[in-house]
Design a protein around this ligand. Sequence first.
Ligand code: ATP
Length: 295
Amino acid sequence: MSLRIEGISKTYANGVKALQNLSLNIGNNMFGLLGPNGAGKSTLMRTIATLQEPDQGAIWLDDINVLQNKDAVRRTLGYLPQEFGVYPKMSAVDMLNHLAVMKGITNAGERKDQVEALLRQTNLWDVRKKALSGYSGGMKQRFGIAQALLGKPRLIIVDEPTAGLDPAERNRFLNLLSSIGRDTVVILSTHIVGDVKELCPRMAIIAGGRVLLEGAPNEALSAIEGRIYCKQVNSQEEMAEVEQNFDMISTHMAGGAHQVRVYAETAPGEGFVQEPGDLEDVYFLNLKRHQTAKA
Ligand SMILES: Nc1ncnc2c1ncn2[C@@H]1O[C@H](COP(=O)(O)OP(=O)(O)OP(=O)(O)O)[C@@H](O)[C@H]1O
């Protein structure tokens, strides 16, 4: 299965250009859509999920014209939106049953089997009779995935699912996502680089409604290999000097001291130590280039 996004643009009534002629090719397996707040991720996710119209462009799911055959897409879509809405006093098992009927799983036996399998897969079996309103953040997100997987969708969209989860729950959630079949298109929208690093064989970085980079994380890392340098700086003046003279990517605190990371084609000089590149470097570098180009 493949999803082709061709030249999608969206300008909101207030003039914000959320998507600007954006094109992407997304195949089976997990695709990471990485971008800062306001990049246009949710707008794109809602558009693919047929909940919102773009001003221009086309989307194809294999040979289905998504914008013109919304019902066909909805039948094969699983969607976990950024805001999943109010969690009712209903139990997980009752709510899943209800949603399964809404999704057209009318055969009672099949529905029971699917609901049970999903509750087990998302590790919610033991709490299936508890009211959803009493679930923790991580449990709610796992329930969100369970409902998205109802009806065995071939296109799954999850919008910023790990924001606000503690490390153990985030881990559990990412493991769950990685267990989704490889013959499914899964789009994971996130501003957390680690989510993409851990799960996605392909990714895109978007900002300002445009694609800044598309490809495999490994290829992106190869492109910066041997060009990342780190240095400890001990004063604001030193930091300003590095910022002025080098292509600074980011600053981190390590052991109470500031470490700066820079991108350099050749060794930048005294005090700098070469470091292996990280996907965060790729991300920050692309965002920086985007900001500079805009200025
Ligand atoms: N309904 C709307 N009306 C007007 N502007 C909007 C609307 N929805 C989103 N925007 C604006 O469009 C831009 C893209 O927003 P979007 O929510 O798609 O980005 P995002 O990458 O998902 O960001 P976030 O992580 O903050 O949700 C932002 O500037 C946002 O303020």
